[in-house]
Design a protein around this ligand. Structure first.
Ligand SMILES: [Zn+2]
Length: 207
């Protein structure tokens, strides 16, 4: 099944790329193109997570999200593959430019990470990602059909488990084959490579 070693490796890579939370403080939050998305900008994802976890609703309500579409910024910080990121030490969420991942889908995923973290619900990276993935499906299914979910969410999720942070090489091709198999076994459907969101690097929180 899933390889914890692979997840740990990705986790380490993510940490190495991100020198420290100061990079976010001093480069992202003050960037001229960064917009703050508070609860009033994206009410539905906030409400979904607050309803699901009323114990931490007041914390979730106060989480700010910072959205920046400047791909050069994310490239420079080594985060261009991610759609969003929950930054635990700063209790905030970043939303990157991601043409196939709508802001509200990214927001609900990251706010769920936040809630799970505040409630200490998951011990390791893989458990946290799986829990967040499952918890967000009911929200996403209100707007998107199974086909969209498979190609833009389920498949990228498995790719984040199995794929290295590497260019279009053999390892990536093998991971894609494996992930297509898993999706087929789990859903009885074929992932459509033409539709894929390209978001296999959504490994998305900093601890
Ligand atoms: Zn995640």
């Amino acid at each position: 099944m899933h390889s914890y070693a692979q997840m740990d490796r990705r986790y380490r890579l993510q940490r190495e790329r991100m020198d420290s939370v100061n990079t976010i403080r001093y480069e992202v939050m003050v960037h001229t193109q960064t917009k703050v998305l508070a609860r009033e900008h994206l009410p539905a994802p906030y409400q979904f997570v607050m309803d699901k976890f009323p114990e931490v609703a007041s914390i979730i309500s106060g989480i700010n999200m910072y959205k920046n579409d400047n791909t050069a910024l994310w490239d420079r910080l080594g985060l261009s593959g991610a759609a969003g990121m929950y930054i635990k030490p700063l209790s905030l969420v970043l939303i990157m430019y991601s043409p196939k991942a709508p802001d509200d889908v990214v927001a609900v995923h990251e706010l769920l990470h936040c809630a799970h973290d505040k409630l200490n619900l998951a011990e390791d990276v893989f458990a946290q990602e799986t829990m967040t993935f499952r918890a967000s499906i009911p929200y996403i299914a209100k707007t998107y059909d199974d086909n969209w979910i498979i190609n833009n969410y389920l498949f990228p999720f498995y790719m984040s488990v199995y794929c290295r942070k590497s260019p279009m090489d053999q390892a990536r091709t093998e991971a894609m084959v494996k992930c297509r198999q898993i999706v087929m076994e789990e859903t009885g459907r074929e992932a459509d490579l033409e539709m894929l969101g390209g978001g296999e690097d959504r490994f998305d929180f900093i601890d």
